[in-house]
Design a protein around this ligand. Structure first.
Ligand SMILES: [Zn+2]
Length: 385
């Protein structure tokens, strides 16, 4: 641990003169560190980049089991097999792949087949459309060894009124019951949200972390204008979020990044992508100015938290000081709220990165890591293979 005074006996001296010392970084939305091969490779990438704390916010039971007990340097929390409604996200993504299709095929001619498929149920996800169903699956959720319980909200205002061929995530009542049960079991709850209404439901339910910001997934139209403003957080949302003290992981970089993978015929034009980026910049500024805790993570597209950090700076949504605080203070504390991390003060775990130059002056300094210390242990990089 860090201590205020120099102890009488000093076993090791780390010369930090001329360096810039920050708490290690975190990644609050990274689908990685499962499967024995991925674990080793990704662990060393994360250590090299100074990311010591990770939340994998959704992983199948079997993938979690594949790495249980294996040595890893970064500290990882897993949300194992989240709970959603039949035929909804993310069940459809797993079922599409189980049928040899892609997640977006759910909106094609084989959509109803994908929605009806149950091949991955109980491993990749759990289903709870009713209170009885929740009661039935709950012992399995607890037995999965999850660190966090994931609830999926997706247009939860129309969960019962949506088109029958296009079911949404959990109902607000079931989501609330899940969070209550999670807390009773001393587990934390993380919510997938799509709309501002979903955010309201998640906050009312008392979740501990939001895995996305409303509108994060839209990359083919302006989120500010879409669906009558369903993706826009107003001042009340921001005030509730700030006063609840619940961190939010916006996951914004993926939208503009993934545009390149959209077939040319459907690809949004430059002005649409510009309006998406402008929406993201406004969103980040609003969150920061409202005092909301912003955690960093990139979710998908092969992106990591450092890509999300760079994107927040690139679009002018956050200052370098804000991003640094978010990456090295808020994110680690959001992932492991019970630990004394994310600070260099006495009684905190002695973990830090020593950078060769000032990251607030030049962002690339976050990559110039001269020394990595984790809980009083100096880390060395594994040799290149
Ligand atoms: Zn995700």
């Amino acid at each position: 641990m860090f201590v205020a005074d120099r102890p009488a006996q000093v076993a090791r001296v780390v010369d930090l003169r001329g360096t810039y010392v920050v708490p290690p970084f975190g990644d609050a939305h990274l689908h990685a560190l499962y499967g024995p091969d991925g674990l080793v490779a990704q662990d060393s990438i994360l250590v090299a980049r100074g990311v010591f704390y990770v939340l994998n916010p959704h992983v199948p039971v079997s993938d979690r089991e594949s790495v249980r007990g294996l040595p890893v340097t970064v500290d990882v929390a897993y949300a194992v097999a989240g709970i959603t409604a039949p035929g909804a996200h993310p069940a459809t993504s797993y079922e599409a792949r189980a049928l040899g299709l892609q997640p977006w095929d759910v909106s094609g001619e084989r959509g109803s087949e994908i929605r009806a498929s149950r091949v991955r149920e109980g491993d990749a996800y759990y289903l709870a459309a009713t209170a009885d169903e929740l009661e039935a699956i709950w012992p399995s959720v607890l037995a999965s060894g999850t660190d966090w319980v994931k609830v999926f909200l997706n247009h939860s205002d129309e969960w019962s009124a949506g088109r029958p061929d296009q079911p949404r995530g959990l109902s607000p009542a079931i989501a609330t019951d899940i969070v209550r049960r999670a807390h009773a079991a001393r587990l934390r709850a993380v919510a997938h949200v799509e709309t501002a209404f979903d955010l309201d439901v998640a906050l009312s339910a008392g979740v501990d972390l939001l895995a996305h910001a409303p509108g994060y997934a839209l990359n083919d139209r302006d989120p500010a204008e879409a669906e009558g403003g369903a993706y826009v957080m107003d001042e009340d949302h921001l005030a509730r979020l700030a006063s609840a003290g619940i961190p939010i992981t916006p996951t914004l970089a993926r939208g503009p990044f993934m545009v390149r993978y959209i077939p040319e015929a459907y690809r949004p034009d430059t002005s649409t992508v510009d309006s998406v980026r402008a929406f993201h910049a406004d969103l980040l500024r609003d969150l920061a100015e409202s005092g909301v805790s912003i955690a960093l993570g990139a979710d998908s597209g092969g992106l990591w938290s450092w890509d999300e950090a760079a994107y927040a700076l690139d679009i002018g949504g956050l200052t370098a000081a804000n991003v640094l605080r978010s990456w090295s203070v808020t994110t680690p504390q959001a992932i492991f709220p019970d630990r004394a991390i994310g600070s260099l003060r006495p009684s905190y775990e002695a973990s830090f990165l020593a950078l060769s130059c000032d990251p607030e002056a030049e962002w690339s300094c976050t990559k110039e890591i001269l020394h990595r210390e984790k809980h009083g242990r100096a880390l060395s990089l594994s040799p290149a293979r």
